[in-house]
Structure formats: structure tokens, C-alpha cells
Design a protein around this ligand. Structure first.
Ligand code: COA
Length: 236
């Protein structure tokens, strides 16, 4: 059994560590966090250094997951870790229901009580949060976050680094662009272009006070082996 490094010691970091511990796949789990040495993780795990120090830990922790909430930063960090030589696993909670005929990318985290149906593809570094459901034939690009209780109907396309707030619902066959924010509880019934914020029922685009965060993350275009079949990766 190897050791796992988790980048980001906030709330999502704790969730990721909890799933990783339940999986029984790793002997030791530790964190890196930019607030080190002030970062505090409740419970069992130590913060060992700052995010930028990752390379120093490669030998002891050959596998790494990124638990940073900001979608573009999470994605760029996964690409950097991969370039440094880390293996980036896929983490699926034992209580998630994931079709063996779906594909989940490296570094994606599938939380408890979520469901992913047949012929759906999820890219690298996605978060499918607790209780979210993704129906059949959907494509979610790299860095997408579906917050708790999100409902994605069949045949939906979601672009890179798009974030759905808690309980948002997407009608079937809708296409949502890159770097979009969908408000909590909103219902999206029409296609959505890149970079906008949508709220309400039915969803309407609201004016931007600033660009959707965090589009300014470093653009690291390193090729990695991105998709991996879930059959080999389910943690149960
Ligand atoms: C969509 C969201 C990001 C907007 O935040 P914001 O840019 O700060 O927008 P504001 O709060 O200034 O609201 C702007 C307008 O949109 C409305 N609005 C904001 N969020 C809304 C929502 N979820 N549903 C319906 N209307 C919403 C506001 O009432 C306001 O309307 P008004 O101009 O008529 O008064 C935020 O409200 C939201 O829903 N975040 C999701 C949180 C979440 O699910 N977190 C899960 C973490 S795991």
C-alpha cells in the first residue's frame, strides 16, 4: 500500500481524505496547503508543507489528489503534479452508484450518494458532490464541479471548469459552456454560452460584476493520460 498526498486542507480536503481513508487503498494520507504552518485539519491527518513544495514529497507520496475548490486552479494543479511525476488517482466513494459503462477522468472525486449512469463521461479533476446525479449519455469536461444534490438529466454537455450550485437542475439535451456558474437551486432549460452566470427558475443570465472565478489560473497545457475506466477504480 502506498501513501497519498492531498493538496488543499480546507473543507473539501477533509471530504477527500475521509473517502480515501474509507477506501483502504493508502497507508498514510497527508496534506499540503498554502496556509501551512497555520492550516488546521480536524482529525487524523497532518499538513506537511505548502502546495508549491509538492515535488519534495514525490518519493514518499507517489500518488496525489487535488482538493482545491476553485475549478481552474484545481485543474492546473493536477496538470503540474502529473508533470512532476505524481500518479493522480480517481476516487469514488463506496456509497456512490457509478455505472461500469461510464468513464471517469484522473483526479476526479465522486462523493457519497451520488449516481453516474451509463455512457456518461466525466473529465479530469471533476467533483461530483454528495447526492448529485448525472444521468445517461452526459459529457462533463475537465474541472467541472456539481455541488451537492445537483441533477443533470440525460444527454447534457457541460464545459470545462463550469460550476453548478447545490440542487441545480439541468434539462435533458442542454449544452452548457465553459467557466459557467449556475446558481444554487436554479433550473436550466436552454443552452448556456461560455463564461456567464445563470440563476433562477427558469435560469436567466445575470450581469457579471467580475469574470467568473478563477479563469486567471495558469494555463498549463501538459498532455496527460486523462480518462480511465471506473471498473478498475471503484474503491469498494
Ligand atoms: C449564483 C451565485 C454564485 C451568485 O452570486 P453573486 O454573483 O454574488 O450574486 P448576488 O448574490 O449579487 O445576486 C445577484 C442577483 O442574482 C440573484 N441570485 C443569486 N443567486 C441566486 C440563486 N441561486 N437563485 C436565484 N437567484 C439568485 C440575487 O437575488 C440577485 O438578484 P437581484 O439583482 O434581483 O437582487 C450564488 O448566489 C450561488 O447560488 N452560489 C452557489 C452556492 C453553492 O451552491 N455552493 C455549494 C458549495 S459545495
Amino acid at each position: 500500500m502506498g501513501n497519498l498526498l492531498i493538496i488543499g486542507a480546507g473543507g473539501h480536503g477533509k471530504v477527500v481524505a475521509d473517502i480515501a481513508r474509507d477506501s483502504g487503498r493508502w497507508e498514510e494520507i497527508a496534506f499540503l496547503d498554502d496556509n501551512y504552518p497555520d492550516s488546521i485539519i480536524l482529525g487524523l491527518w497532518k499538513v506537511r508543507g505548502k502546495t508549491e513544495e509538492s515535488k519534495r514529497f514525490l518519493k514518499q507520496f507517489p500518488e496525489a489528489l487535488v482538493a482545491i475548490g476553485a475549478n481552474a486552479v484545481r485543474l492546473a494543479t493536477i496538470r503540474r503534479l502529473t508533470a512532476e511525476g505524481f500518479q493522480v488517482p480517481t476516487l469514488i466513494h463506496p456509497d456512490a452508484s457509478v455505472s461500469r459503462l461510464s468513464v471517469i477522468g484522473a483526479g476526479s472525486v465522486i462523493c457519497a450518494q451520488s449516481a453516474i449512469k451509463i455512457d456518461t463521461t466525466i473529465g479530469m479533476g471533476a467533483i461530483i458532490n454528495a447526492g448529485a446525479t448525472i444521468a445517461h449519455d452526459c459529457t462533463l469536461a475537465d474541472g467541472v464541479h456539481i455541488s451537492p444534490g445537483g441533477r443533470i438529466s440525460g444527454d447534457v454537455q457541460i464545459g470545462e471548469c463550469t460550476w453548478l450550485g447545490s440542487g441545480a437542475i439541468i434539462k435533458e439535451q442542454v449544452t452548457i459552456g465553459h467557466h459557467v456558474i449556475i446558481g444554487a437551486g436554479s433550473v436550466v432549460i436552454r443552452d448556456v454560452p461560455d463564461g456567464v452566470k445563470v440563476v433562477g427558475i427558469p435560469g436567466r443570465i445575470i450581469p457579471q460584476t467580475s469574470p467568473n472565478p478563477p479563469t486567471s489560473a495558469p494555463d498549463l497545457t501538459i498532455e496527460i493520460g486523462r480518462a480511465c475506466n471506473t471498473t478498475a477504480l471503484v474503491t469498494q
